[in-house]
Design a protein around this ligand. Structure first.
Ligand SMILES: [Zn+2]
Ligand SMILES: [Zn+2]
Length: 239
């Protein structure tokens, strides 16, 4: 099955582009054709490394780091649509802090178009927020995106993971410290629901991969046949 064919159209009452204020296009609600095109263009000359989860300039299927050190990360463990920059970053922030939850449908469209996600999954889940954070924000943007992606793939969405440790913001910490921070942060409350299944874990943004790989580990431990991460945006390699 070609992923994303079944994504339904979603109508938002306003017709403005959230990024520039221009008229939005019905095919990707909340964005005008120009801003949508700009996001596509940004992605054009970049490759995505499905091992470490980073964008890099070039045409090789793996980034130079992972080519030299292939055992550091699993192959096909990560999929992402766009680099976390400019218009794409602004879009994520509109959802997360601006409460424009409808924009996840535009994100899902970009995800299907650009991420090279395969169709070998049985169920879609999301990287959960800690209960405290979920209460503060009132919604989990990754879960909204996961539901839109599940709809596009004609798969069920299920909550399979629970976050038991509220990890502080990871962005300023060095990589090794982040791995230590998220260790044991996620549990699978009902392992029978994960066992033997091929699971796509959706996250809005993958920065170091530490959080998402910890989710992969938890689901694999619960007996998942496959656990891979699909993110709207990811960071850029420093090479
Ligand atoms: Zn626009
Ligand atoms: Zn890599």
């Amino acid at each position: 099955m070609k992923a994303g064919e079944r994504l339904k159209r979603f109508f938002w009452p306003t017709t403005r582009c959230v990024l520039c204020g221009g008229g939005s296009d019905r095919r990707h609600p909340g964005l005008c054709a120009e801003c949508y095109g700009e996001i596509l263009a940004r992605r054009e000359r970049l490759c995505f490394c499905g091992r470490c989860g980073r964008f890099y300039p070039g045409t090789f299927r793996e980034c130079p780091h992972c080519y030299m050190e292939p055992r550091r990360f699993p192959k096909n463990g990560l999929f992402a649509a766009v680099p976390y920059e400019d218009a794409a970053a602004a879009l994520v922030k509109k959802v997360k802090y601006g409460g424009r939850r409808d924009l996840v449908f535009a994100m899902a469209r970009l995800f299907f178009r650009l991420s090279e996600i395969d169709g070998d999954f049985d169920v879609v889940t999301a990287v959960p927020l800690h209960g405290k954070k979920q209460k503060q924000r009132g919604f989990n943007q990754s879960e909204d995106l996961a539901r839109a992606i599940a709809e596009g793939m004609d798969l069920p969405f299920e909550r399979l993971l629970r976050r038991v440790v509220d990890t502080p913001s990871q962005t300023t910490l060095p990589y090794r410290q982040r791995l230590v921070n998220v260790k044991g942060a996620f549990v699978v409350p009902e392992p029978a629901k994960a066992a033997g299944r091929r699971i796509l874990i959706v996250d809005d943004v993958v920065t170091t991969g530490a959080t998402s790989l910890e989710c992969v580990r938890a689901l694999k431990e619960a007996g998942a046949e496959r656990a891979a991460v699909g993110a709207f945006a990811a960071g850029r390699s420093q090479v």
